[in-house]
Design a protein around this ligand. Sequence first.
Ligand SMILES: *Cc1c(COP(=O)(O)O)cnc(C)c1O
Length: 406
Amino acid sequence: MNMPTLDTASVRIIAAEKDHLARNYLPLPVVIASGEGAWVTDAEGKRYLDLLSAYSALNFGHRHPALLAAATAQLGRVTLTSRAFHNDRLGAFATALAELCGKDLVLPMNTGAEAVETAIKVARAWAYRVKGVAQDAAQIVVAHGNFHGRTTTIVGFSDDPSARDDFGPYPPGFVAVPYGDAAALDAAIGPDTAAVLIEPIQGEAGVIIPPDGYLRAVRESCDRHGVLFIADEIQSGLGRAGTTFACDREDVVPDVYVLGKALGGGIVPLSAVVADEAVLGVIRPGEHGSTFGGNPLACAVGLQVVEMLASGEFQQRAALLGEHLAGRLDGLVGHGVTAVRVAGLWAGVDIDPARGTAREVAERLAERGVLAKDTHGQTLRIAPPLVVRATELDWAVEQLRVALDA
Ligand SMILES: *Cc1c(COP(=O)(O)O)cnc(C)c1O
């Protein structure tokens, strides 16, 4: 996208950022100043349809009235207590989230990476204290193409060079197998395996949907070998895939849910690990924590998120709108698009290299008022807020058709 050469507010804001902002991102040259529902407005007043939803952290759209009301009410009472004391929101949030997950216990954190780290610690403690694995021998099986966050332990078992190169040394204890290959996963499980950690649908990898039956096979392997199934549902969960959890697509219940992103309603960072007493109960006072984890502001928003999901309305919207979107996107295959993968209201669109990179298509889309994000070179990721309308999706796909031809 050619940066406008005019001396606009956006140009000045982007130029000013350059002086003091680390370059760990390469954002599209769009300066968002406000948002409502599925739409955002830039510093010049130009409107864009948001087809990224902050990587699914905005499943309920920008400033959903019920979420804003919950946050505003809590801002008027108390925002942070630390876990040194109880607060009057945490128990209600934990109870509601445990019920949504069908599990006993909730351990609240803030970011997704922290929740994944928590799940790794829980799995290892479970291996030593319950399964009887020898000290420091526990292994966790992960998948190629995974994305679980940016901490040093987590990038250590990524196979994306830009995520891991030059940030080592990395801790041992992880074994990677091809994603979607249930036999390879089963073969990688040994007596010291504590857990299998996978995304039920790989988001960052380009909305990679595993073959039908894969999640059931993983569940069966974990049961047979006595290892924990940890599902990282940070991006796939909470309605995105047309069901409460992507695991629901195969009627599979993991031992551990790892949640984040949309759990904070697009207002605050809020993540959680959810599991039964027999698993999460291994953690004792003082062994794990977070200054901000379980704060009353986040819990007030998280409770509202869980209540909104309880009716199933958003999941159903995602499923129906996703079918609609899939129909429209299928019409582009062979016309600048080589493949489309859709799960709920979530699509990976592979761009024909003859039409440019996915980044170039995203830039052309932004010029036409549609925000979407490229991933891994040729894939465009589409994850609109679940409050988007079918007619807005039609319009966005029409803009994509034009952007592919440009
Ligand atoms: C985004 C994401 C994470 C990391 O979450 P952060 O809040 O960015 O730390 C972990 N796992 C998956 C599947 C994700 O999509």
